[in-house]
Design a protein around this ligand. Sequence first.
Ligand code: PHE
Length: 348
Amino acid sequence: MDLADALSRLDVELTRAQAEVPQAADLDGLAGCERTLLGRRAVVTDVHEQIKTFPPVDRPALGKAVGAFKQVVTALVEQRRTELADVERTLRLTRDAVDLTLPPRGRPRGHLHLVTQVQQELEDVFVGLGFRVAEGPEVETDFYNFEALNMPQAHPARSMWDTLYVKLGQPEEVLLRTHTSPVQIRVMQDQRPPIATVMPGRCYRRDTLDARHSPVFHQIEGLVVDRGITFGDLAGTIEAFTRAYFGDGRTARLRPSFFPFTEPSAEFEVTCFMCAGSGCGVCSRTGWLELGGCGMVDPNVFAAVGYDPEEYSGFAFGFGLERMAMTRYGVDHIKAFWDNDLRFLEQF
Ligand code: PHE
């Protein structure tokens, strides 16, 4: 082996190193490459050991070539080692990753109470029929709840409403309103005819709880005042409303009744939800369920708010919202609305 031979052998090895080292598939493969190129049986080791057999004049050149070869190949190996270590680290991280994300914990969402739903739906129906919506206070004075509604002090008709009084002002002057009718007075004081307004809200009576009565309940009041309003308008409005709210299968009827603030007065009934009119236990075999009262506004009520009864006429009605809901959804006890039992509430 002369100098040229030795250099060309190193050259061949270098080309091989440049081709193989960057291709090493993993750290083990790379270690194998390194052993072949730089180990005890490597070409460069052989050449290195034989330097002493060369003529002294060739030795420096050969020594330099051996050193350069080792340096270049070692650098290639180191570079590939770093690359492979990176790849293996990434692989290991993906393989060993533990997913610590917890499944989402759903937050239960509430919804509007059935009575509120019924109230909003009724408001929508009446707005569709051309009504406006108004509200009044739950704590009222005797004037609005009774006096202006044609029930002077000590009038026997007051006993129709078992009133809860509030300790304010004169005895029996401030009370929890027993119906939504006082809002009629407030609306008429506030506006001039034509009036077409519904007034939903909470009412209170000193009633004993039974299947259809609760000391706290809701009503929706209606009032229409203009020139030439007749009982026919009242009957037509009730019929239109019954169909819009209960559907075509139901019909309404009016039965003569008495309220101090309407004349004539009527009770408003719809066909029974249980038997569809044929008569059953729920409707006491009549086929009809009472929902509220109505009638033509009494001239004395107009006088209390300064309207001329010769010029204007009007009608009013008031329904219980819980009764409406019971009628439409077949709820058999009014208490269900106040128990706040989720098993009941969640059905609506
Ligand atoms: N306010 C009456 C009640 O609560 C119902 C009613 C309203 C009757 C309007 C006639 C006119 O019993």
